[in-house]
Design a protein around this ligand. Structure first.
Ligand SMILES: Cc1ncc(COP(=O)(O)O)c(C=O)c1O
Length: 377
């Protein structure tokens, strides 16, 4: 019970990784010295084409941004392979999460635990109730569709949010599971938001997307983010894909200039940078395997395999809690995601973003030193 209370407090006070500003004393002065593995940002960093687009367009910020986001929507339509009217751009995916919840008037929303903390915040903010479904630790937290359906019915949920690749674990649905979910959505008349914020990290991600389903089925919508894959979380850019009238309604109710001009031009440049896509897909598998291999060599550390650019690792058998690990690494300038804000994970897990091998080596060396100091290795 004490654990639950603590988790609830953690959830409210520190819901997200990537807080490099606090770690650098608020000024951002020593930012480059910090190794941030707590937010899952593409290790390639900012694309040169995106940077050039931002610099070239800086003088245009004396004008209001295009409220229709015309060029961006056109680029997104091409990338996501859906019609322009089915897309709405937003100030990050999280911005659109709130709008979708308002639009569908979700009252009881089924959310996986562990799952992205902002789902819980957004549901509460819209006056709904978040209904958590505990994913089975023995099954490496993979969603079981049969149990998901049972929970939907038992708890009388009218909506659900699901995520593939699933943050913080990294599994992705099979085609069969995707099909089963669509059938259940129709059968039980619930609304489902599919968060595909990490799907671009998979070379065949577009084939695994639910975007086409969102255009066909009224009850399905897709959340898409450009901040992770294109390493632009500081500029904020996301999209929602749904049927035209849902998109129309959302646009009619919100701030018309929510997507700033620099975000719009950055998005267009990012989506056109096919070399960036290719390099990510070529390098990610080897960097991820290197991280998993190095972590598993440390006594008591058990990483879980992942399809995305992050790795969840069971740390309890090291003898230190996730909070102790997080603090000790932080003192060495390394930020990792303390998973104690996920009720299902308690003090047992850390999540690491995949970076290049030199970053992984820095992490592993720091962990080895900590283990030595603590008499664990
Ligand atoms: C699963 C998931 N969805 C959405 C987001 C938010 O993306 P954005 O930065 O576009 O708001 C995050 C950020 O951590 C995430 O983990």
């Amino acid at each position: 019970m004490g654990d639950l209370k603590q988790n609830e407090q953690n959830r409210q006070s520190f819901p997200h990784g990537g807080d490099v500003w606090s770690a650098s004393g608020g000024s951002g002065k020593a930012l480059e010295k910090i190794l941030d593995l707590s937010a899952n940002i593409n290790f390639l960093g900012l694309s040169a084409r995106v940077k050039a687009a931002i610099v070239e367009n800086i003088d245009h910020i004396v004008h209001y941004p295009d409220p229709k986001c015309s060029q961006l929507i056109s680029a997104l339509a091409q990338h996501l392979q859906v019609e322009e009217e089915a897309i709405c751009a937003g100030n990050g995916a999280v911005d659109l999460l709130d709008h979708w919840l308002r639009q569908v008037q979700a009252k009881r929303v089924l959310i996986c635990d562990p799952g992205f903390g902002q789902y819980f915040r957004a549901v509460h903010a819209q006056g709904g109730q978040a209904v958590p479904i505990r994913l089975d630790e023995q099954e490496h937290f993979r969603l079981d569709i049969v149990q998901w359906e049972k929970k939907l019915l038992d708890e009388k949920c009218d909506a659900a949010i699901i995520c593939s690749p699933h943050n913080p674990v990294g599994w992705v649905w099979s085609d069969k599971e995707r099909e089963a979910i669509v059938n259940l959505v129709e059968k039980h008349h619930i609304h489902v938001l599919v968060d595909e914020s990490f799907l671009d990290f998979l070379p065949d991600g577009r084939e695994q997307s639910c975007c086409a389903l969102a255009v066909k089925h009224r009850q399905i919508a897709v959340l898409y983010s450009l901040t992770k894959f294109f390493a632009i979380p500081g500029i904020r850019l996301g999209a929602l894909i749904a049927q035209r009238d849902i998109i129309k309604d959302i646009i009619a109710h919100r701030d018309p200039w929510v997507v700033n001009h620099l975000a719009q031009v950055a998005g267009v440049a990012a989506l056109a940078d096919l070399d960036y896509h290719k390099r990510t897909w070529e390098q990610l598998p080897q960097e991820r395997e290197f991280l998993i291999g190095q972590l598993s060599r440390l006594p008591g550390v058990k990483p879980i395999s992942s399809t995305a650019n992050f790795v969840l690792a069971h740390m309890a058998d090291t003898g230190l809690s996730s909070t102790t690990w997080t603090e000790k690494l932080r003192r060495r300038g390394i930020l990792v995601r303390n998973c104690n804000t996920f009720a299902a994970l308690g003090e047992r897990y850390l999540r690491f973003a995949v970076r290049d091998s030199s970053a992984t080596e820095r992490l592993i060396q720091a962990m080895q030193v900590i283990m030595k100091e603590e008499g664990l290795a």
